[in-house]
Design a binder for this molecule. Structure first.
Ligand code: BG6
Length: 313
């Protein structure tokens, strides 16, 4: 058949929208994605820890310690560590009692499963990471012998960063877990930071023998702060971080019923080996959506899904 005079199918097809550029740098065990509009996210395979989130102007939104270990030797101090399957330690909860502080997910090497862009849009990207009992280090498996699968997705668009976790029980017995997205926000000056959206919420004060109190007004910082809030308002009611009265981040939660608010202040920061610079506590605040009060029980074959979405205000 003579095709010479046929219009070319390619020539008549409108040009495909430009795809986000995604650089994968295996040498450094990191995955990064840059949108055509300039926003960028970088994730370390160790812990599937988000290390960096920059806006189009190149401004960093997350705090990362200058001495954070990025070689897999310990959990990353900063960015967004993923806490699973225990928050803190749980000496009284037999199944998780042997696990290190904040569990093993932040200290395990995850697999990069790939990226997807939403259909018809070139302005967002989703990076998926996986960790399962199959690829846990033997020593860790022995401490928590359940069959599980985790899929952690990091989604970036020009206005927001979202991270979501799906936990699946792949075994024959149920297990209990806690989880938390331990986000370290970068701020100009902690003394002018306020966290609102948790008014009238009950909180457990980890620095006052777990005393339970109720928050009145916005949270301001004038010393070490380590509290577990159970928000009085629903998950779609944002928790807002304001700097000098100006909102900078809005956080909404999906299926995460607590919010931990943490700043180590002078002494705790000084006592934390990988916390650099020493006065770095002035430039960070952790606002950490999680499910950490009591336990999520996951029956064999069941799945649990949860997420946080952070919008630049
Ligand atoms: O030093 P880690 O294990 O990273 O934990 C940091 C902080 O994480 C917070 O989530 C906890 O509420 C604090 O109690 C803890 O100090």
């Amino acid at each position: 058949m003579d095709r010479r005079n046929k219009p070319s199918a390619l020539a008549s097809t409108p040009a495909a929208p430009p795809q986000p550029t995604v650089d994968i740098t295996h040498e450094h065990s990191r995955v990064s994605a840059t949108l055509p509009t300039g926003e960028r996210v970088e994730v370390l395979l160790h812990g599937a820890n988000v290390l960096s989130w920059k806006d189009a102007a190149g401004q960093e939104k997350l705090w990362l310690s200058e001495s954070a270990a990025l070689d897999g030797s310990k959990p990353v101090r900063g960015g967004i560590p993923v806490v699973f399957p225990v928050f803190g330690t749980a000496p009284d909860h037999e199944a998780t009692s042997k696990l290190p502080q904040h569990g093993f997910a932040r200290n395990s090497r995850w697999e990069f499963l790939g990226r997807s862009t939403s259909e018809g849009s070139s302005s967002s990207v989703k990076l998926d990471f996986g960790l399962s009992s199959e690829n846990l280090a033997e020593g860790v498996k022995a401490l928590w012998p359940y069959k599980f699968n985790l899929i952690y997705s990091v989604s970036l668009d020009p206005e927001s960063l979202s991270t979501s976790l799906v936990v699946t029980n792949d075994g024959d017995v149920s297990f209990d877990f806690q989880t938390l997205l331990h986000t370290y926000f970068k701020v100009n000056d902690i003394s002018s930071i306020e966290v609102s959206g948790l008014e009238d919420s009950e909180f457990i004060d980890k620095l006052a023998s777990q005393a339970v109190s109720k928050q009145s007004g916005a949270i301001a910082f004038s010393g070490e702060t380590d509290r577990i809030y159970t928000p009085a308002k629903g998950p779609k009611h944002p928790v807002v971080i304001s700097d000098g009265g100006k909102p900078v981040f809005r956080i909404v939660r999906d299926n995460l019923d607590q919010v931990v608010v943490w700043n180590p202040w002078v002494d705790k920061a000084a006592a934390t080996a990988d916390f650099t610079p020493n006065d770095g506590w002035k430039n960070m605040v952790c606002v950490e959506p999680g499910s950490v009060k009591g336990w999520q029980k996951l029956d064999a074959g069941d799945a649990f899904e949860a997420a946080q979405s952070i919008t630049l205000a």
